[in-house]
Design a protein around this ligand. Structure first.
Ligand code: NDP
Length: 294
């Protein structure tokens, strides 16, 4: 449904570089329509060097708030007025809330991940052992979220020194709940595997993280933060090995719903999650029309 932009319409949006691939505008505009808000959500390509200007623009233009994606999340904390405990802990912001000119930074990635994981049917995390592939911005959010639930996190990353650095940061907060493993080498038995690398992301859908031998023997739950393609090679391999699997669509929706809740001040339970999911879900494959048997 086409909405009319008026003189009163307020603006929210997403910043990234590049940002044209983002599904957030489609998802959030569906949510704004469902809530009946006279707001519009749009994408802005913000190169890192322009980030301070963009932040000043939020104040100057009175934007409601902003989502932030690669590669800006970790650059934002020093540019904002206040940070949530979560954003400070993980050193990353994915949501700016404009509180009458005071810019507050938060991160909804970890909480969105946990909601999506539970909804996908992953067993309770307390006492579980997880292998986390990746040590970038979203891996940090996921790692702290898992450790906060009492899960032991083993971090493996291509660039070797980033995995122990992330494990150390988690242990500073949650003693003994993290360690580092060598990329592609045996990390011992795990209950959960999370891919937080960009390996397998469209248009490089053939790529796949280096997997330790015997990783799927105990049928761990496998969650891939990637949702495009809907089934990465990692998820396909895990599914064929008999593991329960999920892609990252649920995380996209829940981190977005949590951001929208922060901007509107409405409880999460009032966020139109079904409309958001519907807006970003791939259209069902059309079945071929078969001739009726005579
Ligand atoms: P970052 O750029 O911060 O991190 C990228 C990670 O991928 C790093 O660990 C990097 O390793 C690794 N990596 C990249 N290329 C390779 C390669 N060729 N071989 C091995 N490792 C590689 O990105 P983000 O953390 O923000 O995003 C990671 C993924 O998560 C993306 O696919 C993104 O789309 C997805 N995502 C999904 C969300 C959702 O809502 N579902 C939310 C946020 C992200 P190294 O350190 O060695 O460079």
């Amino acid at each position: 449904m086409m909405r009319t932009v008026t003189g009163h319409t307020r603006v929210v949006g997403v910043w990234g570089h590049p940002v044209g691939h983002s599904r957030s505008p489609v998802m959030h505009n569906a949510a704004l329509a469902a809530l009946g808000l006279d707001w519009v959500y749009t994408a802005f390509d913000v190169p890192p060097a322009r980030l301070p200007d963009a932040v000043a623009g939020v104040r100057g233009l009175g934007l409601v708030g902003v989502n932030v994606t690669v590669p800006l999340k970790e650059l934002l904390p020093p540019l904002l007025d206040t940070l949530s405990d979560e954003a400070r802990r993980i050193g990353s912001v994915n949501t700016i809330v404009n509180q009458d000119g005071l810019l507050h930074g938060d991160s909804t990635d970890g909480a969105g991940f946990l909601r999506a994981l539970a909804e996908a049917g992953c067993p309770p995390l307390f006492g579980q052992r997880a292998l986390l592939l990746g040590a970038g911005g979203s891996a940090r959010a996921v790692a702290f979220a898992l450790a906060g639930q009492g899960c032991e996190v083993v971090v493996a990353n291509r660039t070797g020194e980033k995995a122990p650095a992330l494990a150390d940061a988690i242990c500073d907060c949650y003693k003994g709940r993290a360690s580092a493993a060598v990329w592609g080498e045996d990390a011992g038995p795990v209950d959960l595997v999370v891919n937080a690398t960009s390996l397998g992301l469209s248009p490089h859908a053939d790529a796949m993280p280096a997997l330790p031998p015997h990783l799927f023997d105990a049928r761990p739950f496998v969650y891939d933060l990637i949702y495009n393609p809907g089934e990465t090679r990692l998820l396909q391999t895990a599914r064929e090995a008999g593991c329960p699997v999920s892609n990252g669509l649920g995380m996209l929706v829940w981190q977005g719903a949590l951001s929208l809740s922060l901007w509107t001040g409405l409880p999460l339970s009032q966020m139109p999650v079904a409309a958001m999911l519907g807006a970003v879900s791939p259209a069902p494959t059309k079945r071929p029309v078969l001739d009726e048997p005579e």
